[in-house]
Ligand binder design. Structure first.
Ligand code: G3I
Length: 333
């Protein structure tokens, strides 16, 4: 049987997220190294974890991850430098924007510099577009209210990309976000990316996170978004792919509650497999634009959406129907 990473080796990398190898079982580490060619640190490179105070860096867990990836021949995608969440308040203390700008510069220089040549790409800015945009005003950027925006204004994105490029000229630099494939948020993403490119921000690629729900995957929007970003001259990766089987535990779909103990039915698993296969058919078609497709987790236990069975392996590390369906999509071996 073919491995997913081999099935797509001529098209794009197949990756996963996790804070490996710390607190993963031997069976999980074996599974990860066998099936995936790239790893994204799920939490350990976030500002609050790696840089909890101005003069304190905690590189241990990330160093372990990067070393483990190298030993197993995997690339590393760094996540994430500038974000509205998981970023300690010390960055923003005092009102002096020059000081805050220097803190951003120091954070990026030190972190990207530390992993120069070992982390091949970075999510430089994560989730800067607000969810509240409406169709009527979709022609604006709709930047999310954040400490970065308040302190530095809309230029904070261009600054972040410039600092990252200076720190490692060879790293591939991403703008990463969710729901940017559809509706007003997609329109806003195009306005924002055009402005960044016009300002000379050294941005190479867009990360479409890809947190979707089985039965409601916006296939047409996804394909159009890939070609829209490509027409701006940008590469695209699917950076945080998962397709849940049951309704969300909160938010808009909160009434359809899931029970985390209930196993998925074969019907649900097959519908999920079909959704994944259709997605990979789209990715294959646009393989000249797509650099990497990374799942957000390793198995249905190692996922932020536990109980919703979103990944390729079940909680016991057995491949689900989605695995074979995706590999079939890559064509005959
Ligand atoms: O590790 C600590 C543990 O020691 C502590 O006892 C426990 C108590 O709350 O927290 C644990 O940390 C949690 C961490 O996940 C590890 O499980 C944090 O509270 C929790 O906030 C954190 O959630 C992460 C979330 O981002 C927020 O940073 C998820 O694991 C992670 O999957 C999720 O990933 C995000 C991407 O970065 C950006 N895109 C969306 C994606 C999904 O939300």
């Amino acid at each position: 049987d073919r491995l997913i990473k081999d099935a797509f080796k001529d098209s794009f990398l197949i990756g996963m997220a996790g804070d490996l190898p710390t607190r993963y079982s031997d069976a999980e580490l074996k599974l990860a190294a066998e099936h995936f060619g790239s790893i994204t640190p799920e939490n350990c490179m976030k500002p609050e974890r790696i840089h909890p105070a101005e003069n304190r860096w905690q590189f241990e867990q990330s160093d372990a991850l990067v070393n483990w990836a190298r030993k197993n021949g995997m690339t590393v995608h760094g996540h994430t430098l500038v974000w509205h969440a998981q970023t300690p308040n010390w960055f923003f203390e005092g009102d002096d924007s020059e000081t805050i700008k220097q803190r951003m510069k120091n954070h990026i220089e030190t972190l990207v510099g530390h992993y120069k040549g070992q982390v091949q790409s970075w999510d430089v800015v994560n989730e800067a577009i607000s969810d509240g945009g409406d169709a009527k005003t979709a022609e604006t950027e709709h930047l999310r209210d954040s400490n970065w925006l308040r302190a530095l204004g809309p230029d904070f994105l261009t600054l972040a990309f410039k600092y990252a490029r200076q720190a490692d000229p060879d790293a591939v630099l991403y703008y990463n976000d969710y729901n940017i494939e559809s509706g007003p948020k997609h329109a806003s993403s195009l306005v924002l990316l055009k402005r960044l490119l016009d300002q000379g921000a050294p941005i190479d690629a867009v990360g479409i996170q890809g947190h979707w729900r089985s039965g409601r995957v916006p296939f047409d929007d996804i394909e159009k978004a890939i070609t829209d970003y490509a027409s701006l001259g940008l590469k695209v990766s699917i950076t945080e792919l998962d397709v849940t089987i049951r309704g969300e535990s909160g938010g808009q779909f909160g009434r359809r509650r899931f029970r985390s103990s209930a196993p998925p039915s074969l019907e649900d698993l097959n519908a999920q497999a079909e959704d994944y296969a259709k997605l990979f058919a789209i990715f294959e078609k646009h393989q000249n634009v797509i650099e990497r497709v990374s799942f957000w987790g390793l198995n249905d236990r190692r996922t932020w959406r536990r109980g919703q069975h979103p990944l390729l392996f079940d909680a016991n590390n057995h491949p689900k129907p989605a695995y074979a369906a995706i590999v079939r999509e890559s064509g005959p071996s």
